[in-house]
Design a protein around this ligand. Structure first.
Ligand code: C5J
Length: 222
């Protein structure tokens, strides 16, 4: 597959898609992202591209795994260092227009409709930024027998990059879909992609969704 910094060693049977945190709390007004003072419209804009990538993996019959950053209702898995940091207008666990912020089971913690998990797809709820920390993701991937991971979702430099780094350390070849990920800060997205692909792909590869879909070789239905 054509990619940066050089071609990605795509092996269809060994590849899964991981879609990070396409949740209402990050993407819609009234959620955690907005409470932190961010313009969420940048993130909402990639939703169709993420949906197109997900659809391509489904047509190819390859695994799609979704993650959600969220906490137990009693917040026992949310360290005070996370909950109390900064000065958001709403903190994790506070009641907002989409229910309690980043709490499992609340409307805001759900994945946006256009990227919603299909029946049977794995959804990993994670208390941290990385999707491997305190979750069954390693076991899920071992069960699938995959060695290559394509990443999409939000935000590029926080949960996406953290999870890519965790995956890289665990021996996975990782590729970031550059137009299916976004940050509230365009310069952070660009820097994250540069950090991932620099030094001969020290964390992994990057390619646009069209290149990934071309390699999957599953034309969109007419
Ligand atoms: C953040 C995330 N940015 N999913 N979470 O707090 O990137």
């Amino acid at each position: 597959m054509r990619a940066e910094p050089f071609d990605f060693p795509f092996e269809r049977a060994e590849t899964a898609l991981i879609v990070i945190d396409m949740q209402r709390d990050f993407i819609e007004p009234g959620g955690f992202g907005a409470a932190l003072g961010n313009d969420v419209s940048r993130l909402a804009a990639i939703t169709p591209t993420v949906a197109r990538l997900i659809a391509g993996f489904r047509r190819a019959g390859l695994p799609v795994i979704h993650t959600r950053e969220c906490h137990r209702p009693d917040l026992s898995d949310c360290p005070p260092a996370k909950r109390l940091r900064g000065a958001p207008s709403l903190r994790i666990g506070d009641a907002g227009p989409m229910g309690r912020i980043l709490v499992a089971g609340e409307p805001g913690a759900e994945i946006v409709t256009d990227c919603a998990p299909a029946p049977g797809e794995t959804v990993i709820d994670k208390p941290g930024k990385g999707a491997f920390y305190a979750t069954p993701l390693s076991d899920v991937l071992a069960g699938l027998g995959v060695s290559r991971l394509v990443f999409a979702g939000v935000t590029t430099e926080v949960c996406v990059q953290t999870t890519m780094r965790e995956a890289n350390d665990r021996g996975f070849d990782c590729l970031l879909a550059t137009d299916a990920t976004e940050s509230y800060f365009p310069e952070f997205k660009a820097a994250a992609i540069a950090m991932i692909t620099a030094q001969g792909g020290i964390v992994g590869w990057a390619a646009p969704t069209d290149a990934i879909l071309e390699a999957l070789d599953v034309p969109a239905p007419a």
